[in-house]
Design a protein. Sequence first.
Length: 102
Amino acid sequence: MSEIRLSTQIRQQWQQRKLVLLLLLACVLTALAVVQMAHLNRQLTIQQDQNYQQRDQLDTEWRNLLLEQRALAEHSRVEEIARRQLNMERPSGNRDITVRQP
């Protein structure tokens, strides 16, 4: 008979404490979700910082390439290469030919 009373008491205790246990479980799950979100937030912040660093490196490289392109396309340099490597020279006034479109 004591076994019946014990199981009845356990059932009654469970029914009385069910809400408290459910709230405790909800608190634990919420705490785990907060920890997970904080971890994801840290990872995304680190990734964002890495992306900013990469952007800055690419921007610096782009500026250097623009400077190099300007230096290589400079008129005096092109003229010097044409003279030295291709044996070209600037035509004199009487050798200039003007082409007009009809």
